[in-house]
Design a binder for this molecule. Structure first.
Ligand SMILES: NC(=O)c1ccc[n+]([C@@H]2O[C@H](COP(=O)([O-])OP(=O)(O)OC[C@H]3O[C@@H](n4cnc5c(N)ncnc54)[C@H](OP(=O)(O)O)[C@@H]3O)[C@@H](O)[C@H]2O)c1
Length: 250
């Protein structure tokens, strides 16, 4: 059944891996997708997989002022979204605290949500008028446990989680929910290309299911939060991490 028919879903960071899987899952449920990432080739690949003229593929750099303005403008023309999935991960310095310098924080804690702030007011107004809204932040299980060597990434995820929780508390009375999904170690082009094979296999085994997650595992949780079935769930943070919360590194 097309549970999200007539709903517009904005997915930021839709260029690959988890972003592609989210777009496919929400499109399967009937949503009209607005997929945003920088790399046009990756967006074209997604376009071929979604196979419908109704979806939008916007190559935009969301870390730049121009990019955020462009996003706002294009939404003003196309229509603001019922569903927002904040999935981008603007690359950050990976350093332990002892080596961290002020300039390592130059992109700021809000780098991953600046584009959300730009569209927040208008999107909430639209969602209030529809008495329906879904916000889903893609955080990280690792960020939630203070994984060493990535304080900037962890802090950026924390800022995103705070924003999502405030949307939940302030907008719930308008039929708007806001939730967080925290993936564990997931097999995506990002992890496959950046992490040496031996380390990849080790990280993949650090959970009770003893495997890396698939992008579809994360997308399934997001699909649920976006649906009417999750209408009474808001302000939660769901780990999608193969039970790593039970047995991290045992
Ligand atoms: N993979 C994992 O193990 C894992 C674990 C926990 C959490 N997560 C989270 O899950 C999400 C997806 O992760 P992933 O592994 O699939 O991919 P990723 O490489 O972490 O990137 C996410 C997406 O962000 C886009 N992006 C980066 N900078 C951007 C910018 N300035 N403007 C617009 N888009 C931008 C990238 O596309 P372009 O390069 O084309 O712009 C990419 O599609 C991320 O938020 C990540 O932190 C992943």
């Amino acid at each position: 059944m097309q549970k999200l028919k007539n709903k517009i879903a904005l997915v930021s960071g839709a260029g690959a891996g988890i972003g592609h899987a989210i777009c496919k899952a929400l499109a399967d449920d009937g949503a009209t997708i607005i997929a945003v990432a920088r790399n046009e080739n990756n967006l074209q690949q997604l376009q071929q997989q979604l196979n419908s003229d109704s979806h939008q593929f916007w190559p935009i750099d969301l870390s730049s002022p121009d990019g955020k303005e462009k996003l706002f403008f294009q939404l003003s023309v196309f229509g603001f979204p019922h569903i927002v999935v904040c999935n981008i991960n603007i690359p950050s310095e990976k350093k332990r605290l002892i080596n961290i310098k002020e300039e390592n924080f130059s992109k700021g804690f809000t780098a991953n949500i600046d584009h959300i702030i730009t569209i927040l007011e208008k999107t909430l107004q639209f969602q209030r008028s529809e008495n329906f809204g879904r916000w889903i932040g893609v955080s990280s299980f690792a960020a939630g446990i203070g994984l060493p060597g990535q304080v900037v990434y962890n802090a950026q995820k924390a800022a995103m989680e705070a924003l999502i929780l405030n949307i939940a508390t302030e907008e719930g009375k308008h039929g708007i929910t806001a939730n967080i999904v925290s993936p564990g170690f997931i097999q995506t082009p990002a992890t496959e290309t950046r992490i040496p094979k031996e380390m990849f296999d080790k990280l993949a085994s650090y959970n009770v299911l003893r495997r890396a997650g698939k992008p579809e595992d994360v997308a399934a949780a997001i699909r649920f939060f976006a649906s009417q079935d999750a209408a009474f769930i808001t302000g939660v943070n769901l780990p999608v991490c193969g039970g790593a919360q039970l047995a991290w590194n045992f």
